[in-house]
Structures are given as C-alpha cells and as structure tokens.
Design a binder for this molecule. Structure first.
Ligand SMILES: Cc1ncc(COP(=O)(O)O)c(C=O)c1O
Length: 392
C-alpha cells in the first residue's frame, strides 16, 4: 500500500514551494538540478514539526534522542551497531566534512577525492579547510560504468602529504555503491598509510531495492582514523531543516572531534532538523520504502528513455539515490550541454564540468519526482535534441 499518492504531485503545487530548487529559474523551467525531491514530506516528520510549532518550540537545538534513533535505524537497515556515544551532531554534511578535515588533518596536507564528484567537495577541502586536493579519478569503462580506482588510491595514499580520503559512498553524481570488498580494501590501505577516512554516506538510505550499502565503519578497524557522515536530509528530503551526524569510528576519534569541533558550530544545527531526523529514523521507514521503489522505477524509465532517444547519449542507471549522470559528449551539442537543455528544453539540470575532471560533456539530472513530471522532463529533453538534429 502506498504511503503517499505520487500521482497527486503537480508542477502547480510544487511551484508554491519557496526552496532554492523552485525559485532560482523562471516559472516555465522544470527544475531537475539541486538534490531535493518532489515527494510530499513523510507524515511522522510533518507531525513532529507541527507539534513543535504548536509548542512554540523553535529554540536552540537539543540533541536528545537523536543518537539513539540513528543507532536504531542503522541497526535495522544495515545491521550496523554504531556506538551512540560516538555521535557528534552538526548542521549539515558539508559542515561535517569541513570539521572532520580540520580536526583530523593539518594545514596544507592532501585530501583525496574521486572525480567526477559533488562540487562542494572542492571548495570545502581547498577554500574552507586550506588543504590540497589530490584527485584519484574514478575508472570508467567503454560502457560508461564507473568504479573506484584501487591502484590509484594506493599510489595516492603512499604520498607523504596525503593524510585524508574524502570517500563519497554511495557516490554523487555517478550513483555507484561501492562493494564491501572494495571498502574493506580501502580501509586496509588507509590503515597501512596512516590516512584518515571521511566517509560521506548521506545517500546511503536511498540504496535502490536489491542494492546493498555497506557502512564504511562496519569494515574498518578501530585503529583506523575514520568517521562516517550520516544525515536524514537527502533520504527524507529535509535539507533545509539542518541536521547531520558524524559517527566517530573509535573512542580516539571521538576524543579528537570533541576537543576540536567548536561548540558554536554544533549549536548551528537546526532544532527542527533534530526533531525531523528523530521522526525520520524512528518512523520514516514506510515512506522511505516507497521512495526507494519509486526512484528505482524512475531510474529504469530514465535509462530506457535515454537508450531509445539516441545512441549518442549514454547513462548507466545508478544503484542508489535519484541522480542520473548522463554523457552527452557524443551528441554534437557545442559547449556545456546543461545550457543547451535549459535554453531549448526549459529543464534545469546540473552542469557536468562543475563536478571536476571527467565532467565535460555531461549533465546530472535529478529524477526524484513523479512519473508524470519525469515523463515531461524526458519528453522536453528528447524534443530539444531532436529538433536541433544533434542526436543522430
Ligand atoms: C554527497 C553529498 N554530500 C553532501 C551533500 C550536502 O549535504 P548537506 O546539505 O547536509 O550539507 C550532498 C547534497 O546533495 C551530497 O550529495
């Protein structure tokens, strides 16, 4: 049975939303860029927020039962017994990345990333934290499948200036979900070379049915300096409520984080974010199940549409989350394809080059929407490609 009616979602009602997704572009543009979904909020979250408003409960954050509810969700979902005393609550995952890098590395040291990757990784590592970016690009086979480059990581970890690895698992924008074997190998390599692992697992609850996400801390030893960054914000679509969790991999890491993360930063967490996250982890399971099935179905629609649309557009279906990474480099579009799609199709997608090396000629399409809006997006894109004759 459905928890919400996906067919009741309309562009007219979505345009009443005032978040960035719906306000940045002109009203005739369908926004499929920033990672927000179009589904209605899960009922337990709506109830928790309404109750807080009714109590005039809009003060500074109180963590309360959040570590417990995260631990309960992690155990039920992944069989991961995380230590609830090892949880640090912060406003969002980008703040958590910055605080982890600042706490676990020193000025000028190298942090490994895997391009193409979520663009704010670059600014966070380089501009906010003052660390060097060390890129180990993902490997891509001729069919467009991506994977982590273990040999490349081995060489990078051996470099003396490299002291941390910012792992994105599941990976944005490619949607790959690294296997337990790959993550185990990474944990072993990192331990050998004394590299701290900062695992951004924000998309983990959105693994498609049949895909197994392995939490990084379940394959790493206590001796490794490692943190997992979790949040209900992507999976339950509450990014604006502002709450994320750092799970320290050991008491030693927890001690470092407790000592180095300023109290003021933890207080920037939204109280609504804490309340919404507790409701999500505790009671948001049925809603999440529907969303996971819906986005997996949408991923199949995107893939089918793209393969019938044109041989010059390539897109391997993601195994997690609601982002499609599309290669339009052979389509004949001149310049950045996201501009072409905005101008001709009136669909706003994310520009591939912003994801770093390997992003040229690509777009990232957000398909976290209803089947009918997705059909309209794909139809608009297909027509624009056909009319300009670039798809042949
Ligand atoms: C991989 C990844 N990390 C971090 C973020 C940002 O999360 P937050 O809004 O909690 O900072 C996103 C948002 O889409 C993301 O995809």
């Amino acid at each position: 049975m459905s928890v919400f009616d996906v067919d009741a979602i309309s562009l007219a009602s979505l345009r009443q939303r005032t978040s960035a997704k719906w306000r940045v572009y002109e009203p005739d543009v369908i926004p499929a860029w920033v990672a927000e979904m179009d589904f209605p909020l899960a009922e337990p979250i709506t109830a928790a927020l309404h109750e807080a408003v009714d109590r005039s409960d809009v003060g500074y954050r109180w963590i309360g039962e959040l570590p417990d509810s995260l631990a309960g969700f992690a155990r039920a979902t992944w069989g991961w017994d995380l230590n609830r005393d090892h949880v640090v609550v912060l406003p969002d995952v980008l703040t958590a990345i910055a605080q982890a890098i600042l706490a676990l590395t020193a000025s000028g040291e190298g942090v490994v990333v895997n391009t193409p990757v979520y663009p704010p990784f670059f600014t966070t590592v380089r501009d906010i934290c003052g660390r060097e970016l060390v890129d180990v690009p993902l490997l891509r086979d001729p069919d467009g499948h991506y994977e982590l480059d273990l040999e490349g990581l081995t060489s990078a970890f051996a470099r003396p200036e490299v002291t941390a690895y910012l792992l994105c698992s599941p990976h944005n924008p490619t949607g790959i979900t690294p296997s337990a074997e790959t993550l185990t190998a990474i944990a072993e390599l990192a331990l050998i070379h004394g590299v701290a692992v900062i695992a951004d697992e924000i998309h983990a609850p959105l693994a498609h049915p049949g895909t197994v996400h392995t939490p990084f801390l379940t394959v790493s030893s206590d001796d490794l300096i490692a943190v997992s960054l979790m949040s209900a914000s992507k999976a339950w679509n509450i990014a604006g409520a502002k709450c994320a969790q750092v799970v320290a991999g050991s008491q030693q890491v927890m001690d470092i984080m407790s000592e180095r993360v300023p109290l003021e930063v933890t207080y920037a967490t939204g109280h609504f974010g804490v309340l919404a996250s507790i409701a999500a982890y505790r009671e948001g399971g049925p809603w999440l199940e529907q969303v996971r099935s819906q986005i997996a179905a949408n991923a199949r629609v995107v893939h089918q549409h793209v393969s019938t649309l044109s041989p010059s557009v390539q897109c391997v279906p993601p195994t997690s989350s609601y982002l499609a990474w599309m290669d339009l480099s052979a389509s004949g579009i001149e310049g950045d394809p996201s501009e072409f799609i905005l101008d001709r199709a009136r669909v706003a997608v994310s520009a591939g080059p912003t994801f770093g090396a390997g992003g040229e000629g690509f777009i990232r399409l957000n398909f976290g929407t209803s089947p009918s809006i997705l059909a309209e997006i794909l139809d608009r894109m297909g027509r624009a490609l056909m009319e300009s004759g670039v798809e042949a």
